[in-house]
Design a protein around this ligand. Structure first.
Ligand code: PMP
Ligand code: GLU
Length: 391
């Protein structure tokens, strides 16, 4: 069977595949502790669900404008002003079927064959695959555990070439949970200001999930010059526990947003109609629900980090955002007889019934990713098993 070149070398999303596998094993009655999930374990807050049900009952089930409803665009514009102090017009916003779709639209609308996109590593595993699909080349800037998984301005400067079209920033980060401070961002911003041709893609999907008094800063907040060429990407999945609703958005330069709108008008058309008013309800009324979820994540985060760092051969910097830990376990590979993170994860699942995501597809084979978007009981049980496995 002929398969197009553009998709031949694209790997399936391992995070989604592993989440599906752990769910299936549990349904079969196997006692697996799953740390793979990249989604909150909480139900979607009640007012959001009720709004969608009411919209369906009212017959709000037909096409909307392809780039999303004016009402949700307005709610997003208000949110960006309220939370980040950023000014956008509704025309500078496009709503898509999840932030993953938003990012796909961005790469397809921005990247030509051979163009380079700078991606700090470790990275969320879908970025490079999307760049490849768009015909571009990912240029990785590596920040291992020794530098707290954060890149330096000098590293960024060294990665820029005449072919660089975009720099991708993801803070709080999936998979590391690291959050760049305002000063760290400003230092990167100084480099970017010297290269005005570079578009900044800022994936802010974990914005609301920050701990220990950490303040979220968007790179678009640093200067008007940077804001003018930053695409702010966000969505409903993580903060509002709405992963299955498939709603994400981008705010940014009008010309690019319009290009993405043309693409979307010929591909998916509008995101699901009755989900959009429910997202308005989420953005406008659900701050307290977020606070509750963040408090639960925070408690689990502390427990997980404490336990991981007490284990033989595990090194886990404290994440300040998202809901992942990304411990370096490479010092155990030799004694476990594994060649890297993929074999480590396979052996852990086979011998201890604990499912984690290997770091390799995130660009760091020394590490594994564990999500703490699971109950405290699971964390205790799973990490007891991991400790035994490593002992
Ligand atoms: N960016 C990052 C960093 C993510 O972890 C995710 C989660 N899958 C997304 C974007 C996309 O999320 P969604 O498509 O569910 O909005
Ligand atoms: N982003 C989440 C994760 O990394 C969800 C799965 C996915 O879309 O990749 O696990």
């Amino acid at each position: 069977m002929k398969i197009a070149r553009r998709i031949q070398n694209v790997r399936e999303s391992l995070t989604l595949a592993l989440t599906t596998k752990a769910k299936a094993m549990k349904e079969e009655g196997i006692d697996v502790v799953g740390f793979g999930a990249g989604e909150p374990d909480f139900d979607t807050p009640e007012p959001i669900k009720q709004r969608a049900i009411a919209e369906i009952n009212a017959g709000n089930t037909k096409y909307t404008p392809a780039s999303g409803t004016p009402a949700l665009k307005k709610a997003i514009v208000d949110k960006l002003k309220r939370d980040q102090g950023l000014d956008f017009t509704p025309a500078q916003v496009i709503i898509s079927c999840g932030a993953k779709h938003s990012l796909y639209n961005i790469f397809m609308s921005l990247v030509d064959d051979g163009d380079e996109v700078i991606i700090p590593a470790p990275y969320w595993l879908s970025y490079p695959e999307m760049v490849t699909m768009a015909g571009g080349r990912s240029v990785f800037v590596e920040a291992a555990v020794e530098q707290n998984y954060k890149i330096t301005p000098a590293q960024l400067e060294a990665a820029i070439t005449p072919r660089t079209v975009a720099f991708l920033m993801n803070s709080p980060s999936n998979p590391t949970g690291m959050v760049y401070s305002r000063d760290e961002l400003a230092a990167l911003g100084e480099v970017l200001e010297r290269h005005p041709q570079i578009v900044v893609i800022s994936d802010e999907i974990y914005e609301k999930l920050v701990y220990d008094g950490t303040e979220f800063t968007s790179i678009a907040q640093l200067s008007p010059a940077l804001k003018e060429r930053t695409l702010v990407v966000n969505g409903m999945s993580k903060a509002y526990s709405m992963t299955g609703w498939r709603l994400g958005y981008v705010a940014g330069p009008l010309e690019l947003i319009k290009a993405m709108g043309r693409l979307q008008s010929h591909s998916t058309s509008n995101p699901t109609t009755f989900c959009m008013p429910a997202a308005v309800t989420a953005l406008e009324t659900c701050e307290a629900e977020i606070t509750r979820m963040v408090a639960a994540f925070d408690e689990r985060r502390r427990e997980m980090v404490k336990r991981l760092n007490a284990m033989n051969g595990v090194r886990c910097p404290e994440p300040r955002g998202a809901f992942y830990t990304f411990p370096d376990v490479s010092s155990t590979y030799k004694r476990l007889g594994v060649s890297g993170s993929i074999e480590f994860a396979e052996k852990l699942l086979a011998e201890a019934s604990v499912s984690v995501v290997p770091g390799e597809p995130f660009g760091d084979d020394h590490c594994i990713r564990l999500s703490y978007a699971t109950s405290m009981a699971n964390i205790v049980k799973g990490l007891d098993r991991l400790a035994k496995f490593l002992a």
